[in-house]
Design a protein around this ligand. Structure first.
Ligand code: 5CA
Length: 451
């Protein structure tokens, strides 16, 4: 993308309404614009990050054997009356009446809708196990939407639903989700710690939330410091293996880690004092096992091997896709702006032309642009007639992890400069070397599967 042709409405002033750094930077970097309270338009740069996050979520869901689909945002109230949640959900549910006086709602989550799809088409244990998911907008009429996309009213969620014959199988699905989530968040450059949680309006006994540590997090968290040493890394997991998934779950959940909702002073006292940490965290996902809570009242039954009709065991598993954009910024920024992890950066490399209009600078930038594009990378080329200082400030604010600076002095010796946004370190090298280095850095981060 050439900046002269892009739509990147950066703000010079810090918007007064933004209380936390991610919200401030998202507004300043021209990523979002508030449409009404807790509802945002995603401007091109923000939309690009949102799509990168979606892509990682899709890839890791497909890798775990889950099947993508798409359900609507508007749902009929009838299904929610069947499950008993229409009245139970309260004022967070946005209720709508259509022209025929039918009760509708903007879905805050999709357990009812997916259970209805399941019961219409699946009748036998032979079709199990099954996990379906989608990435779709949700609406919750939060009483206090705040912090930009972190607590919105309309927000993008990945929600997945497993259907299994037995509790044991459903617990494997739960473990499998936990493993796939660890990998998902790590690819986004985040450490998200699974913590035992409260199930709230979704219901059920087993539930973990994934929390990213950040000062501005809405939850207070208590954890054993050993947890932050754990890395999922690039280990190969067979997602069908009950033992392998359980082993990872045990590794990542055996140490104390809870939110204030489930914190237990008695158990906490057993954690060695020098390892006790109290901090704040942002909830970026939650997994639930709730058994037959929806399948029983809604009649989602299958015949088992003996020919008995039994309700299926279910769970649901959410990732806060739009919230993640804010959470990643909270976890990765400095006083000059955002610092995107390579996995989610909107553009892979910034090209700054220090002397726009100079024939050799322009040609060198064009060559870099073409070379990156040919390698499947997306450069953002600042080709505006602007001062160098203004170009650097924009690049720092929007946070691309790598920048190549092209100026007449360096070019005389055949050199450009490659700069890391994270460390601020620069290195002079030939354009070919810079292209090779950047391509190597991104090799592990390019899209893997279509989904
Ligand atoms: N049905 C289940 C799992 S599919 C469910 O709805 N879970 S949830 O309520 O925990 O939501 C899943 C994730 O969505 C949360 O972990 C959080 O990251 C995100 N989320 C929830 N509410 C909001 C909100 N108001 N704004 C932005 N993200 C939100």
């Amino acid at each position: 993308m050439r900046l002269s042709r892009y739509f990147l409405p950066v703000l010079k002033e810090t918007p007064a309404e933004a209380q936390i750094v991610s919200h401030r930077y998202m507004l300043r970097a021209g990523m979002i614009k508030q449409a009404s309270a807790g509802i945002y338009s995603w401007l091109p740069l923000g939309f690009k990050v949102l799509r990168r996050i979606e892509q990682i979520v899709h890839e890791e869901q497909v890798r775990a054997g889950h099947i993508p689909m798409l359900m609507p945002t508007l749902q009929s109230a009838d299904l929610w009356k069947e499950s008993g949640r229409y009245d139970a959900y309260g004022p967070e549910m946005l209720r709508i009446r259509d022209r025929h006086d039918r009760d509708m709602l903007y879905g805050p989550t999709n357990e009812e809708l997916i259970t209805d799809i399941f019961r219409s088409h699946v009748t036998s244990y032979k079709d199990l196990p099954l996990t379906l998911y989608h990435i779709q907008w949700k609406f919750r009429d939060e009483i206090r939407p705040r912090f930009g996309v972190m607590r919105g009213r309309e927000f993008l969620m990945k929600d997945g639903y497993n259907f299994d014959l037995t509790k044991e199988d459903a617990l494997h699905a739960y473990n499998r989700h936990l493993v796939s989530y660890l990998r998902t968040y790590e690819r986004m450059g985040l450490q998200a710690i699974p913590m035992r949680a409260d199930s709230g309006p979704i219901g059920g006994d087993d539930t973990h939330e994934f929390l990213v540590l950040a000062e501005t997090g809405e939850s207070e968290v208590f954890y054993d410091s050993e947890i932050t040493d754990l890395k999922f890394g690039d280990r190969e997991i067979d997602y069908d293996s009950v033992e392998q998934c359980r082993a990872v779950l045990e590794e990542f959940t055996s140490r104390y880690a809870r939110t204030d909702e489930t914190h237990d002073e008695a158990v906490w006292a057993d954690v060695p004092e020098d390892r006790r940490r109290v901090a704040r965290g942002i909830e970026v996902g939650q997994i639930f096992y709730f058994g037959t809570k929806y399948s029983e009242p809604m009649g989602a039954v299958v015949t088992d091997r003996e020919g008995n009709r039994v309700p299926v065991h279910m769970g649901s598993h959410g990732i806060g896709v739009s919230r993640l954009v804010g959470a990643i910024i909270e976890a990765s920024h400095d006083e000059n702006g955002i610092i995107w992890p390579e996995g989610v950066t909107p553009y892979h490399v910034g090209i700054v032309n220090l002397k726009q209009g100079d024939a050799s600078c322009d040609a060198a930038c064009e060559d870099l642009y073409k070379a990156f594009t040919a390698k499947g990378l997306e450069p953002l080329y600042d080709d505006r007639e602007e001062r160098a200082g203004a170009k650097f400030a924009t690049m720092d604010l929007i946070g691309l992890p790598w920048r190549i600076t092209v100026g007449p002095r360096g070019l005389k010796n055949g050199m450009v400069e490659l700069t890391s946004r994270r460390t601020g370190e620069s290195e002079e090298m030939t354009p070919e070397a810079a292209i090779a280095r950047v391509a190597e850095i991104y090799a592990p981060h390019l899209p893997l599967i279509a989904g």
